[in-house]
Design a protein around this ligand. Structure first.
Ligand code: SAM
Ligand code: SF4
Length: 463
């Protein structure tokens, strides 16, 4: 594919000159200005092996993350509407040949119930996820599902942004998807390595590598402002995947003036009857995983990095430091699982893969506060049409932070008042006061006024 230059990427990985520690340190120094890195520079950082230079890399990633995102972490939950799928991806439990999987497509009533569960937990963002099937459930149904989710209102709580992770569409279909009022359209290439891709996707529409690769182009051409890319780490060499994914991001930026809004970094997890998931051919160890997250943070400083509950809590904590800006919490990966919940056997027979973090949203929120991270339920940018290039413009001029902190604080106050357990409340209230104290005037005063409105009973306060 024209912008994924396999041979060039391979030559960068093998280039001994890029192992030079003084060159690597020079790049780390340069990365501090948060202007991003070239592919070659990113390759040099991925080649770092010695402990000391790695620590410098991690330290700089933390610095850059704090400069752009502060200590905020955006929280969301996935909602699976169907596990029916015509594809046969060797790593996924939803694959067509998995006869043991209990297949289910939620009805609109069930989608409403699942959404009610999430709203009652305090969630404001949903990631709608589905298997691929030409008719079941079909794009119309996705529209009805989104409409159903947005309509749930419980005591001032509601879902305010719905991102979507479904199979690639045509430009016209993307226009329809946009008309449903979605936030980000996400689609992961899984692997950018053509030969590996063909092995992992033996049949079904997903076998078309180029159709998937250019899905972001079609989404952007259809007017969807925010798109999210990703790799399923473990299928081939992580250095190759990281560099290829960065090539993709750079290419979108060159062509459309905006790069991806988010990058997701799922690692392959065990999944029922998914042969490749049992023993990932290129398993990524924790240290390499931390390194690649840090490199992505420095290479594309303004792109959000999403981490899911696939990872264990201990590692998730470390990754927040290195550049992750959005996390899922209290997740279930099978259709209808929130309601059935409580880890029933049936749920495991329907889920897409096993989770590493089983904690509830309340526990994750408390943990974030204890670690010094501000959980954000803010959706203001999306609803004030600060998406796509308008968002990037604000972010790159350093102005997004002035909006984000007050909005994160006011939405978090709403969370504490309405949804937090007593234990979390204690930790969170003290943490929030500290956060307000840290602000400078006039932002501090503005924030205090917003929080007062929330205390007085107003909901969804943002600017
Ligand atoms: N069916 C659509 C597709 O494949 O693009 C969208 C939803 S699919 C359920 C969402 C993502 O789950 C996939 O893109 C893949 O990266 C991830 N996934 C599949 N199997 C996985 C596994 N065993 N471990 C971790 N993530 C997995
Ligand atoms: Fe289907 Fe997506 Fe799973 Fe592949 S990854 S089997 S397309 S749900």
């Amino acid at each position: 594919m024209e912008f994924i230059k396999e041979e060039y990427i391979q030559s960068l990985i093998e280039d001994k000159g890029l192992n030079d520690q003084s060159y690597q340190r020079e790049i780390i120094e340069k990365a501090k200005n948060a202007k991003g890195l070239s592919l070659k520079e990113s390759a040099a950082l991925l080649n770092i092996e010695d402990r000391e230079t790695l620590e410098e890399l991690f330290h700089t990633a933390k610095e850059v993350k704090e400069k752009i995102y502060g200590n905020r972490l955006v929280l969301f939950a996935p909602l699976y509407i169907t596990n029916i799928c015509v594809n046969n991806c060797l790593y996924c439990a939803f694959r067509r040949d998995n006869k043991e999987l209990k297949r289910k497509t939620l009805t609109l009533d069930e989608i409403r119930e699942e959404t009610e569960f999430l709203v009652k937990q305090g969630h404001k963002r949903i990631l709608l996820v589905a298997g691929e099937h030409p008719k079941k459930p079909g794009l119309d149904f996705v529209g009805k599902a989104i409409d159903t989710m947005y309509k749930v209102h419980i005591n001032g709580g509601n879902i305010r942004r719905i991102n979507v992770n479904v199979a690639p569409l045509t430009v016209d279909e993307f226009k329809t998807l946009k008309s449903f009022g979605i936030g980000t359209y996400q689609c992961f290439q899984e692997t950018y390595h053509y030969e590996t891709y063909m092995k992992m996707h033996p049949d079904g529409p997903k076998r078309d590598f180029a159709w998937r690769l250019y899905s972001m182009d079609r989404a952007l051409q259809a007017g969807i402002d925010d798109v999210g890319i990703g790799v399923l780490f473990g299928l081939t060499d992580y250095k190759f995947e990281t560099l290829a994914m960065l090539s993709h991001a750079f290419n979108l930026d060159e062509k459309y003036g905006i790069g991806p809004h988010t990058i997701s970094v799922p690692r392959l997890e065990p999944a029922l009857n998914a042969p490749v998931s049992e023993k990932p051919p290129f398993a990524v160890d924790d240290l390499s995983f931390k390194k690649l997250v840090a490199v992505i943070r420095l290479a594309v400083p303004y792109t959000g990095i999403i981490l899911s509950t696939r990872e264990r809590p201990e590692l998730r904590r470390e990754l927040f430091n290195l550049g992750v800006s959005q996390i899922s919490a209290g997740s279930r990966t099978s259709p209808g699982a929130y309601k059935e919940s409580q880890e029933s056997l049936e749920e495991h027979q329907m889920e897409q893969f096993q989770l590493g973090d089983h904690r509830s949203l309340d526990e994750v929120v408390r943990d974030c506060c204890q670690l010094g991270y501000l959980p954000s339920f803010c959706t203001a940018c999306y609803r004030s049409s600060r998406t796509g290039d308008r968002f990037m413009e604000l972010a790159k001029t350093g102005n997004i932070g002035k909006l984000c902190s007050p909005n994160a604080i006011s939405t978090f106050k709403e969370y504490i008042l309405e949804y937090a357990s007593e234990e979390t409340k204690k930790v969170a209230l003290e943490f929030l006061l500290n956060e307000i104290e840290k602000l400078e005037e006039p932002t501090k005063n503005k924030t205090l006024k917003m929080v007062e409105r929330v205390d007085a009973g107003e909901r969804d306060v943002f600017f």
